[in-house]
Design a protein around this ligand. Structure first.
Ligand SMILES: [Zn+2]
Length: 266
């Protein structure tokens, strides 16, 4: 098996996780900028984080033959302080030229608040201006449907954003269809407890097919599993999916989407 992990927060994982992912057949790992589990107190904290994602983490991954790519943004959990968000967004352009940066993400909404929406619009503007791919985080549980609708409206309202260059992540049964209908890509996040379990993800593939869809572990500092993608590939095999179909979802699809950045290579 070989696969791409398109969404993992490796700064909060151990080196053993890199080794286990490489042993399981991972060829590249992509790391969206995210909340650290606590609010950073200043713009300098984000500067250091972006340096970590673009300088240090690729070296750590390379020790196991893994390519490391990243996405940059201020996440929605830290978007209530609009002034700080403006300062962080102003930092991003100088990092966009770095060789492992794929685009702007994971932007989106958390509680669907007015300030979050404002910061989302600022970052969609940033992506449009710099012709970047977009990776979107959708809210959890009860806020997900409304949040996904709000996010799709913001993206559709900007004519410069091409839907095939956007991935909406953490889709579930009730949001996947509207994302695919909008012409965007859909990401399923495989969590042991919340979001999609492997069985639910395979159900979604059975219903909606395997075009413009990928799977990720979104492993971070919380309860999560860095091997969720290969484990779900096993679940697909058990349920009779053919090798070519599995390969498409765990390797070819993320490769096809990410190559649009001009930087992604495996
Ligand atoms: Zn994430």
């Amino acid at each position: 098996m070989h696969y791409i992990e398109p969404h993992a927060h490796m700064v909060s994982r151990t080196t053993d996780d890199y080794e286990r992912m490489a042993l399981a057949g991972c060829e590249a790992v992509c790391e969206p900028a995210f909340w650290a589990g606590f609010d950073r107190s200043s713009v300098a904290g984000f500067h250091d984080y972006f340096s970590q994602l673009t300088e240090h983490e690729p070296k750590r991954a390379a020790k196991f033959g893994l390519k490391h790519f990243c996405w940059l943004c201020i996440n929605s959990k830290e978007a209530e302080d609009v002034k700080l968000a403006e300062e962080v967004i102003a930092l991003i352009p100088k990092f966009l030229q770095r060789p492992n940066v794929l685009g702007i993400g994971e932007i989106g909404l958390n509680k669907n608040s007015r300030n979050e929406l404002r910061v989302l619009e600022m970052q969609v503007e940033l992506a449009a201006k710099h012709e970047q791919l977009v990776l979107v985080h959708t809210p959890h549980l009860e806020d997900k449907l409304k949040g996904t609708r709000l996010i799709l409206d913001v993206l559709k309202n900007d004519r410069r954003i091409r839907p095939e260059r956007v991935i909406i992540d953490h889709v579930e049964e009730h949001t996947v269809e509207m994302v695919l209908d909008a012409g965007m890509w859909a990401g399923m996040t495989l969590y042991p407890e919340t979001k999609c379990t492997p069985a639910r993800a395979v159900d979604i593939l059975d219903v909606y097919g395997n075009e413009r869809i990928w799977m990720n572990s979104a492993c971070d500092w919380g309860v999560s599993d860095p091997l969720a993608v290969p484990k779900t590939a096993m679940e697909m095999k058990k349920r009779g999916h053919l090798a070519a179909g599995i390969e498409k979802v765990i390797f070819s699809n993320p490769k096809q989407f990410l190559r649009q950045s001009g930087k992604f290579k495996v």
